[in-house]
Design a protein around this ligand. Structure first.
Ligand SMILES: O=C(O)C1=C[C@@H](OP(=O)(O)O)[C@@H](O)[C@H](O)C1
Ligand SMILES: C=C(OP(=O)(O)O)C(=O)O
Length: 426
């Protein structure tokens, strides 16, 4: 499907961004392995989280959904049954990796597949440590790519030093650790998002955190909970950038998750000189939330690298759009992980923004953007990557002419009503 985005005169109004994708996945999965009835409010009905629901239904868990309200009837770890069907994760890396952590300890056979993009994403980062714990996993490239066949079983704890700062790796190992004998601990180079740690604690699990190491003792059970999902800061990011770069604009985003492991985009906006206000801060369900108001800003370039990268990894496509409107050269480095997302996001961001006249170049571990540039119209593609599609739409709103974006249906993965929200602000 194609969509044409026309240049806009201003963007004004208030939006309640959809539920957090990371938290929605975890609420379903943890509810599925917990004992009792877990209720989820503010669930993200995006394609990725629906894949998680569908996989856990195939694993024998009763899950009911009505819009953004979900009820999961968990029967503990033993409630998971050998699936009759293949578990299809669609486009979702989070579903794949976290579910592998669960399947790795279950004494049955299952097969995990996904779409073409998932088939190219590295899974050895979780299958290797899970195999070291005792799970049997095979797949293309010695268990690196889907389709993956899993036979879980008796696993033992592991002390694992992850080469990447990845919440998916950390979460998969911790989930397997919960069902293994002994202690499991994961250390990562920088702290990645900690929703798993927070939500497991809320579900009654005891875990220990020390800097970038998290440890759990095995054979723990989870107690069903009520989960209130905050708005996704990664979705809010598109409108935060839009509000800062479109002239005569002021946008309020309500109920945005402000977990510090996710707020790299806020730090970037502040450092670049954006007019950003944070109001009504509170804590709900172990997670911080706030309302954000952003208005048209004069921006300066910055360097982005190191520990902040995992705190804004999914926002880099739209940060690149932001940087095209900032004065000077913005350097994004230490972001090799972008190469193994839904697309190689260094390539797709650079090639598509170049089509709109951006002065941008790829580097080994990121990109450099020279601004400010008046973006032009043109034809671009999402390449099936939701975040590329939305970043292009925001670029289109400050371009001098129409931008035609192909493959926009990919946006349903994380933000099904994205274009409705954009229209509401015009
Ligand atoms: O755990 C999660 O919910 C996620 C972790 C990140 O991936 P990595 O763990 O691969 O860094 C992020 O890019 C993804 O969108 C969601
Ligand atoms: C990388 C992403 O998600 P996942 O890894 O779950 O596919 C994303 O949402 O940008």
């Amino acid at each position: 499907m194609k969509k044409v985005v026309s240049p806009v005169q201003s963007l004004n109004g208030s939006i309640k961004v959809p539920g957090d994708k990371s938290i929605s996945h975890r609420a379903v999965m943890f509810g599925a392995i917990a004992n009792g009835k877990t209720t989820i409010e503010g669930f993200l009905p995006g394609a990725d989280c629906l894949s998680t629901i569908s996989c856990f239904r195939k694993l024998g868990v009763q899950i009911e959904r009505s819009g953004d309200e979900v009820t999961v009837y968990g029967n503990g770890w033993e409630g998971l049954k050998e699936p009759d069907e293949i578990l299809d994760v669609g486009n979702s890396g989070t579903t794949t990796r976290l579910m592998l952590g669960v399947l790795g300890t279950r004494p049955f056979h299952s097969v995990v597949i996904g779409d073409e993009s998932i088939g190219k994403r590295p899974m050895a980062r979780v299958t290797d440590p899970l195999k070291a714990m005792g799970a049997k996993i095979d797949g293309r490239g010695e268990g690196n790519y889907t389709p993956l066949a899993v036979r879980g079983g008796e696993t033992k704890g592991i002390t694992y030093e992850s080469p990447v700062a990845s919440a998916q790796v950390k979460s998969a190992i911790l989930l397997a650790g919960l069902q293994s004998k002994g202690l499991t601990s994961v250390t990562e180079p920088f702290k990645s998002r900690d929703h798993t740690e927070r939500m497991l604690t809320a579900f009654g699990v005891e875990l220990k955190e020390d800097n970038t190491t998290v440890s759990v003792r095995g054979l723990q059970t989870l107690k069903a909970q009520h989960v209130l999902v905050p708005g996704d800061i990664s979705s809010a990011a598109f409108f935060l950038v839009a509000g800062a770069i479109v002239k005569n604009s002021s946008i309020t985003l309500t109920n945005v998750g402000m977990n510090e492991t996710r707020t790299g985009i806020i730090d970037v906006l502040n450092r670049m000189g954006a007019h950003l206000q944070i109001n009504n801060s509170k804590v709900v369900n172990e997670e911080k939330i706030a309302d954000l108001t952003i208005s048209t800003s004069k921006l300066s370039s910055i360097e982005i690298g190191g520990e902040i990268i995992p705190r804004l990894i999914d926002e880099i496509p739209v940060i690149a759009v932001l940087a095209t409107q900032a004065n000077g050269t913005t350097v994004i480095k230490d972001a090799e992980e972008l190469k193994v997302k839904e697309t190689n996001r260094i390539d797709t961001v650079v090639s598509q923004l170049k089509k709109l006249g951006a002065n941008i170049e790829a580097t080994e571990d990121g990109m450099m953007i020279h601004g400010p540039t008046k973006l032009t119209g043109g034809k671009v593609s999402s390449f099936g990557d939701h975040r590329i599609g939305m970043a292009m739409a925001i670029a289109g709103s400050v371009a001098s002419e129409e931008v035609e974006i192909s493959d926009v249906e990919a946006i349903d993965v994380s933000y099904p009503n994205f274009f409705d929200h954009l229209s509401e602000l015009i």
